[in-house]
Structures are given as structure tokens and as C-alpha cells.
Ligand binder design. Structure first.
Ligand SMILES: CC(C)(COP(=O)(O)OP(=O)(O)OC[C@H]1O[C@@H](n2cnc3c(N)ncnc32)[C@H](O)[C@@H]1OP(=O)(O)O)[C@@H](O)C(=O)NCCC(=O)NCCS
Length: 175
């Protein structure tokens, strides 16, 4: 079976990604979740995996941001909105899409490490893919101002090298 992996501009490709997002995180589900009220950043790029039979089966958003770690500026990559069509899971699509996202970050020489935020039930999935828990504090912006981000667990990945302790300020909306 042939698959196509595209990496497209985040805003331009949102109409392609939106139906899959709605299927995985519909408004009825999201409003009941602890992070349902969070205002999220828009992806800069999107990894989209499509097959001729099924169309879009998997999505990963890629974010680039200059954050601070312990007050020092660092350019990082982020991933978010990782989702595979429910009836097409367990075929390696998310693994492939995350690999493509990490590869894209490596191509940007300024990126020091990658950050994602995940729910407890996905921790094992990311730990099996060499992401490590960031056990320090994370701050971000929300419409009401700068807040500590505690809704999901931060995980980091070495592009050059990632810290696991200290304080990260995302200097913008979370992803
Ligand atoms: C998590 C998710 C993206 C995985 O997509 P997928 O395309 O099925 O992933 P892959 O096929 O690449 O990997 C599946 C593998 O991970 C394992 N796996 C999947 N979800 C897991 C989880 N929550 N915890 C531990 N392992 C998990 C599978 O057992 C399988 O293992 P194997 O490769 O050893 O057989 C998908 O289940 C999903 O869309 N979930 C709902 C949205 C979500 O929670 N997204 C994550 C946001 S942080």
C-alpha cells in the first residue's frame, strides 16, 4: 500500500487536517477535558499522512518558537495535535509522522530540542519513542496573561540536547 507524507504550511493545510481533528477531538469530548478551555497556538507546519484508499489518516502539527529555559533564550521545535484516524491506528502512522516532524526540526540548525505535552495515557507511547519527561515548571501565555501550564505533562526530545529540569517559558500560547 502506498502512503504519501507531506509537510505543509500550517494555516494553509488546516482545512485538510480539520475533519480528522474534529473526529478525534470533537467539541463534545473536548469541553469535558481538563484542557478543554486552553487557547492553543496554531501549527507552523503540519505533517499529513495520506493513502489513496483512505485520504488523510494521520496528522502532526509542528511549531517553532524561541522560548526561555531558566531565563536563557532557546529556539525549540514543538509537536502537537498528534492523531491517527481511529480505525487506522496501530499501523505505524503516528510513529512515521513524528519521525518526519523531528527530521524537519533537525533540518533547522537553530533548534536545540523538541517539546510536546501529553495526557497520562499517552506517556508510554512517547517514552517508547525516546521522549523524556521535563520535570520542571512550564509557563505560557493565555488570554488572561502568563500562567503556569499544568494541564498536560511536558516531554522533551534531544535535537542537540534537551533539559529535563528548570523552568521553561513558552513565550506564547502552548501547543
Ligand atoms: C496515540 C496515537 C496518535 C497513536 O497513533 P498510531 O498511528 O496508532 O501509532 P503507531 O501505529 O505509530 O504506534 C502504535 C504503537 O504504539 C502503541 N500505542 C499506541 N497508543 C499508545 C499509548 N497510549 N500508550 C502506549 N502505547 C501506545 C501501540 O500499541 C503500538 O505499539 P507497537 O508499535 O509496539 O505495535 C493514536 O492512538 C491517537 O490518535 N490517539 C488519539 C489522539 C491522541 O491521544 N493523540 C496524542 C496527543 S499527545
Amino acid at each position: 500500500m502506498s502512503i504519501e507524507i507531506d509537510i505543509l504550511n500550517g494555516d494553509a493545510s488546516w482545512p485538510i487536517a480539520e475533519p480528522l481533528h474534529q473526529a478525534v477531538w470533537g467539541p463534545d469530548l473536548v469541553e469535558k477535558l481538563p484542557w478543554g478551555h486552553v487557547k492553543w497556538a496554531h501549527a507552523d507546519l503540519r505533517v499529513l499522512i495520506e493513502t489513496p484508499e483512505d485520504g488523510l489518516v494521520c496528522h502532526v502539527g509542528i511549531y517553532f518558537r524561541t522560548i526561555t529555559w531558566n531565563g536563557q533564550k532557546a529556539h525549540v521545535g514543538g509537536i502537537g495535535g498528534v492523531c491517527t484516524r481511529e480505525d487506522r491506528r496501530g499501523r505505524g502512522y503516528a510513529t512515521m509522522a513524528i519521525d518526519a516532524a523531528v527530521h524537519t526540526m533537525r533540518a533547522n540548525e537553530a533548534v536545540r530540542f523538541a517539546i510536546l505535552f501529553c495526557e497520562p495515557h499517552n506517556v508510554a507511547f512517547y517514552e517508547a519513542r525516546k521522549w523524556r519527561a521535563f520535570t520542571g515548571g512550564v509557563y505560557c501565555e493565555q488570554p488572561e496573561g502568563r500562567v503556569r501550564f499544568t494541564h498536560m505533562a511536558p516531554y522533551v526530545y534531544d535535537i542537540v540536547s534537551a533539559p529535563t529540569l528548570g523552568t521553561i517559558d513558552l513565550c506564547g500560547l502552548p501547543w
